[in-house]
Design a protein around this ligand. Structure first.
Ligand code: SF4
Length: 305
């Protein structure tokens, strides 16, 4: 992490009263010159179309935008979650179910005005939030477009729907832009995070990121069945306990909050390259899911339907 960047984003040193939205936007884009937006710290100049691990240059690439009804019920309500799927990803999970978007990067480059219009259109269609899917590598674009959209009357909450491999500095830049953080907590086993997502430091990075997210927005607040602000954590149970699921539940209950809202997910399928890894080349069993779900319940966490 460069000293300049650290100084720019260190919230303790930064006088928030002086950090105008435009200043935050400028800082965020400046980072793209030697990209350290995420813990990969590729240091490529994305403004010159150099590409790092995520494979995305200066402009955001959007695969699709529309109401989505498959998210957690608190994010769907009556009008659906207004998803904007970004192409590219800073993780390379070998079992990714959206690999055509995240790793093959199917989509179209968009301008900031396009993003603003997508958000306003989703709000007009009755969506109850704007759900940025795989947003980590396009943080500047999100901050800028949300800022403009809010001036144009965007009222619904924003959701940062990410893989959990986030830098604290980027999260600090997002403070005030994001209402609901929805990170994955994928692994607390560094051998697995290295083997399946090429990120050996994922466990430590993810833990710090979730603590920062919770500091910003707190536990999930739900009004009339709909999430309005806070932290919603997803955990995908994997075969053979390669994720370290019980440790993740312990971490959430003991280091984040007993009131953490968590979706323990059972839909693991061996897609994409998972067939090359025999230990995870199968769906999970009912018992594998049940053990984690019941443990989370026992610790008093709030569980998604
Ligand atoms: S956002 Fe992309 S280019 Fe930047 S550090 Fe992360 S993976 Fe590398």
């Amino acid at each position: 992490m460069s000293e300049t960047y650290r100084n720019m984003t260190n919230s303790k040193k930064m006088d928030k009263n002086k950090r105008t939205p435009q200043k935050t936007i400028n800082i965020a884009y400046k980072i793209l010159e030697s990209c350290e937006l995420c813990p990969r710290m590729c240091k490529v100049n994305r403004l010159n179309e150099e590409k790092g691990f995520c494979g995305i240059g200066a402009k955001a690439v959007v695969s699709s935008a529309g109401p989505h009804y498959g998210e957690e019920s608190v994010l769907v309500g009556k009008g659906g979650s207004g998803t904007i799927f970004f192409a590219g990803c800073n993780l390379g999970c070998i079992f990714c179910q959206n690999y055509d978007i995240s790793q093959l990067r199917h989509g179209n480059e968009v301008e900031i005005d396009d993003l603003v219009n997508m958000m306003l259109q989703l709000q007009r269609r009755g969506c109850i939030n704007i759900n940025f899917v795989t947003p980590t590598h396009v943080v500047p674009h999100i901050i800028e477009s949300v800022h403009i959209a809010r001036k144009k009357d965007l009222k619904i909450p924003t959701v940062y729907n990410c893989g959990g491999y986030e830098s604290i500095e980027s999260l600090r830049l997002l403070e005030g832009t994001i209402d609901i953080y929805m990170p994955d907590a994928k692994y607390l086993n560094s051998d697995s995070s290295k083997k399946y997502s090429f990120a050996q430091d994922y466990p430590e990075v993810m833990k710090s990121a979730l603590i920062e997210m919770h500091r910003q927005v707190g536990d999930l607040e739900i009004e009339e069945g709909v999430a309005t602000r806070g932290l919603l954590v997803r955990h995908l149970v994997m075969p053979d306990n390669v994720a370290g699921s019980i440790d993740i539940i312990d971490f959430l209950a003991n280091k984040i909050s007993k009131n953490t809202f968590v979706n323990v997910m059972e839909q693991y399928r061996p897609t994409f390259k998972a067939r090359n890894f025999p230990e995870i080349n199968r769906p999970i069993t009912y018992q594998e899911f049940h053990t984690v779900y019941e443990y989370a319940k026992e610790l008093g966490l709030r569980l998604a339907d």
